[in-house]
Structure formats: C-alpha cells, structure tokens
Design a protein around this ligand. Sequence first.
Ligand code: CP
Length: 286
Amino acid sequence: QEDVISIRDMDSEKLESIFGATEKILRMPPDSRRKITLGRTLGYLFFEPSTRTRLSFQAAMAATGGTSLGIADVTSSSTQKGESLADTVRIMSIYSDVLVLRHPSDGSSRFAAEVSDKPVINGGSGTEEHPTQAIQDLFTIKREKGKIDGLNIGIVGDLKYGRTVYSLLYGLGNYDVKIKKRLSFTESASLEDVIDDLDVVYVTRIQKERFPDEEEYLKVRGSYVIGLDMVKRMKSGAIIMHPLPRLDEISADIDRSRNAKYFKQAEYGKYTRAALLGLILNKNGF
Ligand code: CP
C-alpha cells in the first residue's frame, strides 16, 4: 500500500519520478490518458472546505479514465450521527481503490492509513502538511523556471499555520535553494529588501480559521500584500506563486502579469495528481 502522508517521505528520486510521469501525461493524447486509471475509483473524504484539492483530484480521475465518489461536506454524512473517522475511512476503503482525506487534525491521514485497506493520500492535515500541494508547487517551479536548484525563493505570509508552507519547505530540502522568509510572527527579512533578488515569490494567505483568537489574526491581516509596484521590481523571469485561495495578498491587477503563475500552478495540480494516482494504481507504471 503506497500511502502519501508526508512530503518528508519523498526523496528527490521519488519527486523526479512523479514529475516525469506528469510530463508524460501532459504529452499524452486524451485517449491514451483515459487508460491510466480506467475502471478505478477515488474515494474522497473532506472534513474541511476545499475547491482546488478536491476538484483537481476528481478532474485527474476523470481525465485518466477513472471515477470518483465521496463526501465533500461532512454535514451530509453519518459523521453527524457520531460515526468515527476510523469507520468512515473503513467504509470508503470498501468502495474505492484509493482515498484522499482532508481533515483538521494533525496526524489524521497517518491514522487513516492505519485503518484503511487501500492507499491513503493526505489532502491536507491540520496545520502540519499538504504534500500533494508541495508536489504541484515543486513541479510548477521546475516547469516555469526550468530547474529548482540554485534558485532564490521568497516565502511570504502565514508561516505559522500554513501547512502548505511546511510541506513546500520540506520538499525544497531536496534541492539546493536559498530561501528568504518573511514570517508572520518573527519578521526575519523585509520583502521590499529582497524582492529584486528573488526567482520565486511564494505568497500565502493568513489562515484566519486556525488562529486561536481573532485579535491575533487582526494584528497581521493585510500585512502581506503584493502590489504592482513590487511586481515591477521583480526580475523579468521571476514567478509569483500562491496555493490559493487568496484574499487580498495579491491584487487582481497582477493576474495578467507574465510573472503571475498561480492559476497555472492550480492547473498543474490536476496533472501532478493524475501522475500520482497513476503511479499508485499501476504498480508497473503507465
Ligand atoms: N490550495 C488548496 O489546498 O486549495 P483548496 O483549499 O481550495 O483545496
């Protein structure tokens, strides 16, 4: 059973094999793509809201010939009657070939993998990890910049509660990169001081839902906004990324800039997840 629980379980060889499979899918004609997960089912269990992660997994299954079923909103499931996470996962593993779980608790995906007969993919667990987002982010950097090694990467926003950032930093640990962080709570560097040196500016949302009290959130809300003035100072080939959803961190007038890659990043999410599913469901490759 090949679970995907943490990006820390993946070395650069594993990551490169997923990137290679993603490139292969991008080059494949639609008819060939539709054989990759033909007859297989993805079961999704989302205990927290999602737009991109759930839809990109479903789009990945549809594009590769498989199907998906699941719970997008736990208020419509028997969780409301008190059914345990373990039993919900056990039932889903009867009805599907691979599961994706999003849950507010740290350790939830590892726990699910222990009770599931089928592989479990972590679609975001508490504040700890979001490994498939990191795969998509690393792929985006590699595809848009042609490499990952040697780049200067700036990470801006909520580095305390953002699981996406934790997974990305662990993933970047496989590469030779310089990272500048503007922390939410410990400001180690001003973005204005480093923006012209950066190859990648990775912006994140302040995770309001994870703050223990609103006062703490209000102190940092709106502190990390990238405007056109900053984009004009960036290197011409530098890219702006964001896992999305965004609030006010990136103004909409930046969307048409050549530097803006966050919607492309979301598009790559479908293909990196298709590659991951293809590799999990086809032991001998595809
Ligand atoms: N990036 C991301 O995880 O988006 P969703 O919360 O919409 O899935």
